[in-house]
Design a protein around this ligand. Sequence first.
Ligand code: ZN
Length: 203
Amino acid sequence: MIHRIPKFVQKLLSDYFEFSIPTDKRIIYLTFDDGPVPEVTPKVLDLLDRYDAKATFFCVGDNIRKHRECFEQIIMRGHATGNHTTHHLKGIISGTKHYLSDTEQSREFHHSNLFRPPYGRLKGKQIKGLQRKGYRLILWSVISYDYNQKISPQRCFRNVSKLRCGDILLFHDSIKAERNMLYGLERVLRLYSEKGFRFMAIE
Ligand SMILES: [Zn+2]
């Protein structure tokens, strides 16, 4: 399992996607996809607060509608949010028009123009359409595989344990990922706080 996107891939696709935020400063960008969910999101927020960490939540519009209070907590506690479509669409099997309108349905919720495609893949026309609408397409440089229930929490942490300045980390704010994610997240927060890193939301 590749948990770090190789630099040459990042460079090859740099006109379309942001994989990391280049910096010399000790900053890490934690991101959480697929929430909000009342069973998990409050635990993530408490953990982040304990380390004075800020993060970016790529929320599914349908979940925002169902769990409005949970979503407002994310914003009230100083985190950024980004668009992850309204129905968690898979780009490569969706028509472009439908994909763009599903994304636009959730625009009102977010104060940013950040977008992350579910499953990390899009058709060329969808990329162009989203860029025309002013979205920044954010992927990640390091993936935890927290959603994979076949891996142990320890393995999940090892996937994200070697970080560099400006890395964007992918976790999931979901019931499926909870066990691995909370374990990996807590240890990343502890280890990298000790190393003098700060955790920031994507602007
Ligand atoms: Zn997703």
